[in-house]
Design a protein around this ligand. Structure first.
Ligand code: UDX
Length: 433
């Protein structure tokens, strides 16, 4: 099938590359000439394990192309995917849909023959109907249907999530569009991936409800972790014991410094606004947002407390600044609250991150970047584990303690065993233990 992706951000690029790997002919459209040029030459603009190889392979076999020519790519396609950004609108928390409607107008003018216009961007309930209206207003003769096909990719595991999804959600209005979507996802259906066909509004709601639920699950376990610290319980055992209940499940029960990333913060805020706008506020989500914001600040306090509330002039090594491992993404990362708080209190901060430096240098200007954890820890008064990269999971704690001025560790991802850390000489704090 001929497919076109509008937008080559995370979702658009990963989806486009994976669709081409299914055997479809995919054209990925973007407005940035430099980006298109780089991608034509096999350069991947993001860090995502496995994406570069799959991209190069499918460019070479002619199934994947990158182009600035939206009209040509749309005209040739059986389905056009809108995968542009929907950032939080400044000031009011709403999802900014400017790029979505701009894309819809551009597509409308270029449509040729029956085409399904599929929204992959995360959009508030009602947006697909508005996309339909916008296209019809722009081009009343266009023969098209709209489809809501939200994406559930996790950064760092995006290809795996695309190729082996728990489910694919398809919101459609008739069998004609359903047939096109079924053919697009046939390779997944053959692997028995469940496909949920539903109406447009429900598909839009599934995405927000799923992300808000996961953000709530994380926030719940973080609150329980706080209480564990007070009563002498161990959050790791508590999570394990809870997670064995099939109704709860063991995923997303890791206590930490608060959720970040490109989705949970943005989508919880958007859902909060959708609820308020429809006079049906979702109080639990309003609370989750407030708790998560506060949590990042609490983590800075935890580090200060470890340093006897005196960090001025002290050297603090920070391991990991991306919002999670296996990504270079810094969006809404807890590090963006915690590191500036330490710097603001006068600490001298040294940072190590396997992929975060490129974005991080601008966002965390007042820190020193080191390549190696032992180098960062050298002469340090404290070390903080902020992102659980594999590279940080098996450090030689004895050696680490030896190179530090005072061996103090705040392990905000619970990757070390408290007993081992103490045996290595660390004054050790973690989360919920
Ligand atoms: C998320 C959703 O998982 C995905 O389905 C959606 O499409 C986009 O948003 P992503 O943002 O890539 O994906 O990362 P994810 O692995 O879900 O982690 C999000 C945040 O939650 C990270 O900051 C992570 O550190 C935190 N987290 C996750 C926890 O603190 N504890 C957990 O148990 C799990």
């Amino acid at each position: 099938m001929q497919l076109t992706m509008i937008g080559t951000g995370y979702v658009g690029l990963v989806s486009g590359v994976c669709f081409s790997d299914f055997g479809h002919d995919v054209a990925c459209v973007d407005k940035l000439p430099e980006k298109i040029n780089a991608m034509q030459h096999g350069e991947v603009p993001i860090y995502e394990p496995g994406l570069d190889d799959m991209m190069v392979k499918n460019i070479a076999n002619g199934r994947l192309q990158f182009t600035l020519d939206l009209a040509k790519a749309v005209g040739a396609a059986e389905a056009v995917f809108i995968a542009v950004g929907t950032p939080t609108r400044r000031g009011d928390g709403h999802a900014d849909l400017t790029y979505v409607y701009d894309a819809a107008r551009d597509i409308a003018r270029a449509l040729k023959g029956y085409t399904v216009v599929v929204t992959k961007s995360t959009v508030p309930v009602g947006t697909n109907r508005e996309v339909e209206r916008v296209i019809h207003a722009e081009n009343p003769d266009a023969d098209f249907d709209v489809c809501s096909n939200p994406e559930f990719l996790r950064e760092g595991a995006a290809i795996e999530d695309f190729m082996r999804p728990d489910r694919v959600v398809v919101g459609i209005e008739n069998d004609r569009a359903k047939d096109v979507m079924a053919r697009i996802y046939r390779p997944l259906a053959l692997r028995e991936a469940p496909i949920v066909y539903t109406d447009l509004e429900s598909a839009e709601m599934i995405k927000y409800a799923a992300n808000a639920f996961l953000a709530t699950k994380i926030t719940f376990i973080n609150e329980i972790a706080n209480l564990c610290e007070k009563v002498g319980a161990d959050i790791k055992s508590v999570s394990k014991g809870m997670g064995m209940d099939n109704r709860i499940g063991n995923k997303f029960l890791h206590a930490g410094p608060g959720y970040g990333g490109s989705c949970f913060p943005k989508d919880t805020k958007a859902l909060e606004r959708i609820g308020q706008d429809h006079a049906s506020p979702i109080k639990i989500i309003e609370t989750v947002i407030a708790i998560n914001d506060e949590r990042k600040r609490q983590m800075a306090d935890k580090i200060m407390y470890l340093c006897d509330d005196k960090v001025k002039g002290k050297r603090i090594a920070v391991l990991g600044v991306t919002f999670k491992p296996n990504t270079d993404d810094m969006r809404e990362s807890p590090s963006l609250t915690i590191v500036p708080a330490l710097v603001g209190a006068g600490a001298v901060v040294h940072v190590v991150d396997p992929q975060g430096r490129k974005e991080g240098e601008e966002l965390l200007p007042a820190v020193t970047w080191d390549d190696d954890p032992y180098e960062a820890a050298s002469g340090a008064d404290a070390i903080v584990v902020l992102t659980e990269w594999n590279e940080f999971r098996a450090l030689d704690l004895m050696r680490l303690a030896r190179v530090m001025k005072t061996p103090k560790m705040a392990d905000l991802r619970n990757i070390y065993d408290p007993v081992e850390a103490k045996e290595a000489g660390f004054d050790y704090v973690s989360v919920g233990r």
